[in-house]
Design a protein around this ligand. Structure first.
Ligand code: A2P
Length: 343
């Protein structure tokens, strides 16, 4: 394949930085890496494969040509610039909420619904799902394929990094203040101080008391799993963890299923790491993840009160599995499908 012209929009952010690292270690040939951000990052430098790349302000560039444009600079930037890059022939891989529910935009987790990429030819844009959705659907796909799952109830425990670098800074700053006995800094990114706290709200409250994040999780997982009528509900909670989202997930099955069968299916799923021996305290926690590139599943157990109920604990690196790595895997899938990178 020929070397690729790649733009990263939001290159100075938490996801952008992960993407640069993953691209650096990938085998993808790159002819040009263009790093784009806001004017405040003008002139910042980043090393990429023995070259120094200088960050350019997005609103000052005069061409939007690229083979691939990765967007991670928020919905407004994606909505404005995504179509401009796509119109110039780029495959736009967008990490924001701007296009996810658009029926002409594939909403893609390569391990789960790779066939959705065919729709890309119409819009030029592929949506990278919400970080909590990606780890959820990757753990659930073998189970919803094998069994009749009629209900999902879940609670997320989401890290500060889901709010970008500003979210991480706010948690660290708040933690330092609390340890020094000072009043918490004014809440900025999160609705309440996050240090030593738990906040049952991620994103704005949309309607009927449901947050945007909770709505995304339900709608996006239905779309990606291809189960439009799945009964599903969630509570999304921000916790004082720097990076790594966790989820407690309850599945309602039509019929009882032996736990061994559930273990078998999870154990063979690609890039899912099963901690099968929950009775000996073996399970994943976000701070101590063994591998940031896989989805970790533990505490798999049948509800003792109801043999049709199943609990799982799902943890993943939200910046990698939940964002940058999924975006890179979408790019690789497009290359292997000859959508980009041909002569
Ligand atoms: P900058 O660092 O120049 O503000 P995070 O999610 O970690 O907060 O990162 C957001 C990313 O999106 C950063 O790279 C940020 O650039 C970029 N960004 C935010 N607003 C704009 C904008 N209007 N145009 C281009 N990039 C933007």
């Amino acid at each position: 394949m020929r070397a690729l012209d790649i733009s990263i929009i939001g290159a100075t952010g938490a996801v952008g930085a992960e993407l640069i690292k993953l691209l650096e270690s990938s085998q993808l040939p790159v002819s040009r890496l263009r790093l784009l951000a806001s004017r405040t990052s003008l002139g910042r430098q980043t090393r990429f494969r023995d070259e120094i790349c200088i960050v350019e302000p997005l609103d000052e560039i005069d061409d939007t040509q690229a083979d691939i444009a990765f967007f991670s600079a928020g919905g407004a930037v994606s909505a404005k610039y995504g179509p401009l890059f796509a119109a110039q022939g780029a495959l736009v891989i967008d990490n924001s909420n701007a296009f996810r529910m658009n029926p002409h935009v594939p909403h893609l987790v390569p391990q789960v619904n790779p066939d959705a990429l065919a729709v890309r030819l119409r819009s030029g844009i592929v949506a990278n799902p919400n970080c909590s959705t990606i780890q959820l659907v990757r753990a659930l796909i073998p189970l919803v394929t094998a069994f009749d799952v009629h209900q999902i109830i879940l609670t997320t425990y989401q890290a500060a990094s889901g709010g970008g670098l500003k979210g991480i800074d706010e948690l660290l700053e708040g933690t330092r203040s609390a340890l020094r006995g000072r009043a918490p800094p004014r809440a900025g990114h999160f609705p309440f101080p996050l240090a030593f706290n738990v906040i049952p709200q991620v994103g704005e409250i949309a309607s009927e008391g449901v947050t945007l994040e909770e709505r995304k999780l339900v709608q996006e997982s239905r779309k990606i799993l291809g189960l439009p009528h799945l009964r599903s509900t969630s509570t999304c909670v921000r916790v004082p963890v720097i990076n790594g989202h966790s989820e407690a997930v309850y599945l309602g099955l039509e019929e009882p299923v032996p736990l061994e069968r559930i273990h078998e299916l999870l154990a063979i799923e690609l890039d899912v790491l099963l901690y099968a021996d929950g009775s000996h305290g073996e399970y994943p926690t976000p701070r101590l993840l063994k591998d940031p590139t896989v989805v970790h599943v533990g505490r798999v157990r049948v509800n003792p009160e109801n043999p049709c109920g199943l609990w799982l604990w799902i943890v993943a690196d939200n910046l990698q599995v939940g964002a940058a790595l999924n975006a890179l895997l979408i790019a690789k899938l497009a290359i292997s499908n000859n959508i980009i990178g041909g002569q």
